[in-house]
Design a protein around this ligand. Structure first.
Ligand code: HEC
Length: 127
C-alpha cells in the first residue's frame, strides 16, 4: 500500500514537472502576415536585405536574393533547413523554431515582395 502511494506521488511529481516545462515555454506567435513582416524585418533582413533583394555580400556563402521567389520553393527551402535535409550552418538556426504555418506565411510574404529576379535570354530555345 505504501509503495503504491509513493509511486502515485512520484508519478504526480513527474507529471507536474513535465506540464510546467510545457507551459513555461513561450507559445509560438500566430502565423499572420503582420507577424511575417515583423519577423522578416527583425530576423531575416540583416542578411537578405530589408527588401529581400539586396543581400549582404558575405564572402564564401552569400545570402541569395529571395524577394519574389516562388512561394512553394521558399516553403521547401525553409522546411528543409529546419528539418535538416538542407544543411547550412547559417540558415539552420534561422529556421529551427518555425512552425509549418509560420513557414507558409513567411514564404507568402517574401514571395510577394517586388523582385529583381529575372530569366536570362535562352538562345537555345530561340528567345
Ligand atoms: C546570418 C545571415 C542570414 C540570416 C539572418 C537569414 N539568412 Fe537566409 N540565407 C543566408 C545564407 C548564407 C543563405 C544561403 C544558404 C545556402 O547556401 O543554402 C540563405 C538562404 C536562404 C534561403 C534559400 C534561398 C534559395 O534560393 O535557395 C531562404 C528561403 C532563406 N535564406 C530565408 C531566410 C529567412 C526567411 C530568414 C529569416 C527567418 C533568413 N533567411 C535569415 C543567410 C541568412
Amino acid at each position: 500500500m505504501k509503495l503504491v502511494s509513493l509511486f502515485a506521488i512520484l508519478s504526480l511529481a513527474i507529471f507536474t514537472t513535465a506540464t510546467m516545462a510545457e507551459t513555461s515555454a513561450s507559445p509560438s506567435p500566430p502565423a499572420t502576415l503582420a507577424w511575417a513582416a515583423q519577423h522578416f524585418k527583425d530576423t531575416c533582413s540583416s542578411c537578405h536585405g530589408a527588401d529581400g533583394a539586396h543581400p549582404l555580400p558575405l564572402p564564401g556563402n552569400p545570402p541569395p536574393i529571395i524577394a519574389g521567389q516562388y512561394q512553394d520553393y521558399l516553403v521547401q527551402a525553409l522546411t528543409e533547413y529546419r528539418d535538416g535535409q538542407r544543411q547550412n550552418i547559417i540558415m539552420a538556426p534561422q529556421a529551427k523554431d518555425l512552425t509549418n504555418a509560420q513557414v507558409r506565411v513567411l514564404a507568402a510574404y517574401i514571395a510577394n515582395l517586388p523582385t529583381p529576379l529575372h530569366s536570362l535570354p535562352r538562345p537555345e530555345f530561340g528567345h
